[in-house]
Design a protein around this ligand. Structure first.
Ligand code: ADP
Ligand code: MG
Length: 321
């Protein structure tokens, strides 16, 4: 199978590669042509996933396709952007029909779920790696940046934390999920749910937002730094899934929520009056802290003590140093 046949069969022919209102011209020409709603800003984000670094060398290609796009689309959600399209640059050791068919099916499923059309990409031969760029649109002045948190705001999250890190031992052991609990955690890792609807709902309401990919402490640290405020996290208010609590002790669950990664929930700051409004709209969001004068992130422990935790998010160039 040649490069062009591969692109045609597995990507151009996928149902997510159809053109539509936002995509005037899709796969097949030198560039795709997009038509965002008049006056909107275009939001762009790129993520690379390398085999052996971001995912196990041996894994289910359908799950990999699903996860790769879910992780990327989460950045659009965190910006409050509506989906416009995505590109896929894939480097493959060989063109294996079964692998490609399953990968494309998983990718297509997440693309349809996110309403994100595949608009182009690049296909090369080499070690397995994926680079996805997602594009979205957002009205001027409504993007959810990291820099707007205000003293007095609440710190909120979109759902339970720690599941991504709690799933990792199962992922690395190539567990197929022996129980409902394990299957839930594996799904949280392999099919992260980009909070695109919530991101749009937060436009004009949240003062700052991001998606939690490196753990609550590291990611809240980014908001604190960009907004020049102190974020206080009340340890007692951190939400956990039933599954995580069933498998792990409370200290381990806390550790995963604070310093694990891969949760892809949104963390955002909100004027207090907005919380009941959003909850009444049905968004399952929860306050876990607040914004104060100062800098960095502080943790209020169960006994009411304040500590300044060491932030250890994942850094690709710090390994072994
Ligand atoms: P060029 O030589 O102009 O870069 P390519 O031969 O790389 O074009 O790609 C041909 C068309 O197929 C382009 O529209 C490109 O965007 C698309 N394409 C290539 N690889 C992929 C892929 N993995 N997924 C989706 N579209 C792809
Ligand atoms: Mg090319």
């Amino acid at each position: 199978m040649g490069e062009f046949e591969l692109i045609r069969q597995y990507f151009a022919a996928a149902s997510c590669a159809r053109t539509g209102a936002g995509v005037v011209l899709g796969i097949g020409d030198d560039c795709a042509l997009l038509n965002p709603p008049s006056g909107n800003l275009v939001a762009v984000s790129t993520d690379t996933l390398v085999a052996g670094v971001h995912f196990p060398e041996v894994c289910d290609p359908a799950l990999l396709g699903q996860r790769a796009l879910g992780v990327s689309a989460s950045d659009l959600a965190a910006m409050g952007a509506s989906p416009l399209g995505f590109t896929l640059a894939i480097s493959l050791p060989q063109a294996e029909a079964d692998w490609l068919q399953r990968f494309a099916a998983g990718l297509n499923q997440m693309a349809e779920q996110c309403a994100l059309p595949l608009i182009g990409g690049d296909t090369t031969c080499g070690p397995l790696s994926l680079t996805l760029s997602v594009l979205g649109h957002v009205p001027p002045h409504q993007a959810l940046q990291r820099s707007g948190a205000c003293v007095g705001d609440l710190l909120c999250v979109s759902g339970p934390l720690g599941d991504g890190a709690g799933a990792l031992p199962l992922v690395l052991n190539r567990s197929l999920g022996d129980s409902e609990t394990e299957r839930y955690l594996l799904a949280r890792y392999w099919a992260p749910q980009p909070q695109l609807g919530l991101g749009v709902a937060l436009r004009g309401r949240a003062t700052a937002a991001l998606d939690i990919s490196d753990g609550l402490l590291a990611d809240c640290g980014h908001i604190a730094a960009a907004s020049q405020v102190c974020l206080v996290i009340d340890q007692e208010q951190i939400p956990y899934s039933e599954a995580l609590q069933r498998i792990y002790r409370p200290e381990q669950a806390l550790q995963y929520a604070l310093s694990g990664g891969d949760d892809y929930q949104l963390a955002f700051t909100l004027p207090p009056a907005q919380l009941p409004v959003l909850q009444a709209e049905g968004w399952p969001i929860q306050a876990i802290g607040w914004v104060e004068v100062g800098q960095g992130v502080q943790l209020q422990t169960a006994t009411g003590h304040r500590i300044t935790p060491a932030v250890r998010g994942y850094d690709h160039f710090e390994r072994g140093s």
